[in-house]
Write a protein that binds this ligand. Structure first.
Ligand SMILES: C[S@@+](CC[C@H](N)C(=O)[O-])C[C@H]1O[C@@H](n2cnc3c(N)ncnc32)[C@H](O)[C@@H]1O
Length: 289
């Protein structure tokens, strides 16, 4: 063995008595089975640094005992999953989606709401809420009076994520003012309040959204169909079979001609891809049956 290479079962820099390559492999399998998140070998140190605080606070001391704990205890497993999620997000991320929403989807939404028909949308994998609020501000538009009329109609937004810490931030709906910079000024003025460098989403916006914990791999306790779904920068953490199953389920959850928005490095794949038409960069429309 060269001086630089580590013995097979070790993670460089960590005692194998505490955390070994075999521990990493078991954790990767458990997290994949629970949440679909793929953790390649290169993430061994990330797993160590994210889970070490949980190993300490649970009193298990070694990762192998912590693995026994998460196998036996669903609440602890949920904590481990949440700790291994990547929650990076920001307002108006992938601005072309919001251009499309404003120009193509908003007029249909207004027409439906004016006709007393329900409009439902889903921000799936919403993280700390920046995506959800960006969608909603875009839909309500810069004119407060017109926006309030839409808000009073049958418009509901479901926003879900697997990570409780992210959902809690989303519900709080308070962000540093600098985070709102990408949001068009007129939308910011209409739908947020700023005080002491913090921005709070208006009560109107908050009254429309339901934030829920939801594992996309599990059951979806939803009623009715969605006019559009945003699921952006979530499927990149999944493998192909999981992505394909998800695309199929999204298709089934959409109204005919409903829209699916995905992240810039993602693709709609699998048999259900035929049921979608690409209508813009990473924007898909369900083909009417
Ligand atoms: C990078 S963030 C994307 C946030 C936002 N959609 C965006 O594009 O900015 C990915 C989110 O997916 C969530 N996630 C990962 N696996 C999930 C699963 N199985 N079910 C639900 N949410 C999941 C993570 O908790 C994380 O908040």
């Amino acid at each position: 063995m060269s001086a630089l290479s580590a013995p097979k079962n070790t993670v460089p820099g960590v005692s194998p008595d505490i955390y070994s390559a075999a521990d990493f492999a078991q954790i990767a399998k458990i997290i994949y089975d629970a949440a679909g998140i793929v953790l390649p070998q290169g993430k061994a140190m990330l797993v160590y640094s994210r889970l070490a605080p949980l190993v300490r606070s649970s009193g298990t001391i070694t990762f192998s005992r912590y693995i026994e704990l998460i196998r036996a205890n669903g609440a602890e497993l949920n904590k481990a999953v949440a700790a291994l999620t990547t929650n990076h997000t920001f307002f108006y991320r992938e601005a072309h989606h919001f251009d499309h929403l404003r120009a193509e989807v908003r007029p249909r939404v207004i027409e439906k709401l004016r006709g007393n028909r329900p409009v439902r949308l889903w921000s799936a994998g919403c993280s700390s809420g920046e995506e959800t609020w960006s969608i909603l501000m875009t839909l309500l538009g810069p004119d407060r009076t017109a926006g309030l009329n839409l808000a009073r109609a049958d418009l509901r937004v479901l926003a879900t994520d697997i990570a409780p810490h992210a959902v809690a931030r989303a519900r709080d709906a308070v962000y540093p003012a600098s985070d709102l910079k990408p949001v068009p000024e007129d939308l910011r003025r209409a739908w947020t309040k700023e005080s002491n460098g913090q921005v709070t989403m208006s009560d109107t916006l908050r009254s429309i959204v339901r934030f829920r914990l939801l594992n996309l791999l599990g059951d979806w306790p939803i009623q009715g169909k969605f006019d559009f779904i945003f699921c952006r920068n979530v499927m990149i953490y999944f493998d192909n079979p999981t992505q394909e199953r998800l695309v199929k389920r999204f298709c089934e959850a959409l109204t005919p001609s409903g829209f699916l928005y995905i992240g810039h490095s993602e693709r709609v794949t699998g048999p259900a891809a035929n049921d979608f038409q690409l209508v813009g960069p990473t924007i898909y429309r369900r083909r009417a049956a």
